[in-house]
Design a protein around this ligand. Sequence first.
Ligand SMILES: Cc1cc2nc3c(=O)[nH]c(=O)nc-3n(C[C@H](O)[C@H](O)[C@H](O)COP(=O)(O)OP(=O)(O)OC[C@H]3O[C@@H](n4cnc5c(N)ncnc54)[C@H](O)[C@@H]3O)c2cc1C
Length: 206
Amino acid sequence: MKSSIPTETDLVLIGGGHSHAIAIRKFAMNPIPGVRLTLITDVYHTPYSGMLPGYVAGLYNFDQCHIDLRPLAKFAGARIFVDRAIGLDLEKNQVLCANRPPVNFDLLSIDIGSTPASLTVPGATEYAIAVKPISKFLTYWHHITTMVSESPTQKMRIGIVGGGAGGVELAFAVESHLHQIYRNAKQPTDNLSLHLFQRATRLLPE
Ligand SMILES: Cc1cc2nc3c(=O)[nH]c(=O)nc-3n(C[C@H](O)[C@H](O)[C@H](O)COP(=O)(O)OP(=O)(O)OC[C@H]3O[C@@H](n4cnc5c(N)ncnc54)[C@H](O)[C@@H]3O)c2cc1C
């Protein structure tokens, strides 16, 4: 619904991940008159990471574990710009975007999540796939499942770095899905060797 009250404050959110998705929902349920909400996000569908291992395991489909930000923004009467924020002009109070004109703000919230500093680990850029951002990880994961489905007789070796909750859960999920593909293709599941690397002396230390 369009508000008849003129915009007094432009509240801009950069990043459409978990935090801002919740903020938009709360705003929709309790709008503030005179505040116009704008979301700048580089993806339409934001993955719900708690369900990511289940998606990797093949238990959920894409829609079940992703939030479509477009209806959510509509629900909140918010504008949505699908673009990447690349800078701020603090003199003019503007967000600079990769492909669209700058976006004015009075108030700004930046929540663009975390990305592992893989560049500091020798060889990581060449050989590793970071789990974050999740949307990028899922593109690689689809590539791996397609590769195994198309060549199930080939051996596959995968290493997962990090033995915390995320890494352990992901290891089970990767194994479960790939084993299923091997079983469907009547191939031995030991075509897959999975290695979990952990710095501490035990897995799941917390
Ligand atoms: C495998 C795994 C399982 C997890 N399971 C759980 C769980 O069960 N429970 C739990 O509480 N937490 C879990 N987490 C952690 C959880 O994902 C994070 O705590 C949460 O995502 C942080 O939310 P956020 O909004 O800060 O960032 P994110 O959800 O990462 O969102 C950031 C968003 O910003 C976008 N973005 C980045 N740069 C730009 C830019 N320049 N311009 C525009 N948009 C940009 C990204 O594409 C992304 O959509 C898990 C994480 C992983 C990896």
